[in-house]
Design a protein around this ligand. Structure first.
Ligand code: ADP
Length: 167
């Protein structure tokens, strides 16, 4: 049985992420979407909130071989602990390539038995990132079609709450 992990921040999950998760679910027996705790980033959503949104979206897409988890530390250590053979990454623009290339080679050195597999982004999501979506909502725009409806609602609630705290 092939187990793959899809690691990331997912702050919050976008249709670009979902596209990669769906495609991974068609290829691998089991997919674990793993939300990383990144001490270097200040996320909008807590890890629990990000996991809950992923679970909703994955449930709605009826991806029965996908589950959601979170991890601290190195992706390869987490992959090993889950007995995963593959790490799946999405590639958007050239700008993703250099970082992902470096990361894949480093991970190969740390855990030669784990393979990193890259999937090219879908054309319509090639420009899409979580930070872009957050900016659109922050400035009053509508990221329709870029995130699942449940995520859009969560974004509006979060921004409203922040607005109340700040103003
Ligand atoms: P970001 O914060 O940059 O949106 P994440 O760390 O949450 O990204 O990304 C998790 C994984 O999903 C990474 O492998 C990333 O390359 C991939 N990914 C993110 N957005 C897209 C997209 N629009 N198309 C394809 N892959 C994507």
């Amino acid at each position: 049985m092939t187990i793959a992990i899809c690691p990331g921040s997912f702050d919050p999950v976008t249709n670009g992420h979902l596209d990669i998760i769906q495609r991974a679910a068609e290829i691998f027996d089991q997919v674990i979407v793993a939300v990383g705790h990144n001490p270097g980033k200040t996320p909008l959503f807590t890890v629990e909130e990000r996991m809950a949104l992923l679970e909703r979206v994955i449930g709605e897409a009826r991806l029965t071989n996908v589950r959601v988890d979170h991890f601290h530390g190195l992706q390869v250590e987490y992959a090993r602990a889950q007995k995963a053979q593959v790490i799946v990454k999405g590639l958007r623009a050239l700008s993703d390539f250099e970082y992902e290339f470096q990361m894949a080679l480093t991970n190969k050195k740390l855990a030669p038995e784990i393979e990193t597999v890259f999937m090219m982004t879908a054309n319509e999501y090639s420009f899409l990132s979580s930070s872009m979506v957050k900016e659109i909502v922050l400035f009053g725009g509508n990221p329709d079609g870029l995130v699942p409806p449940v995520v859009l609602t969560a974004l509006h609630e979060k921004m409203e709450k922040r607005g109340r705290i700040n103003g």
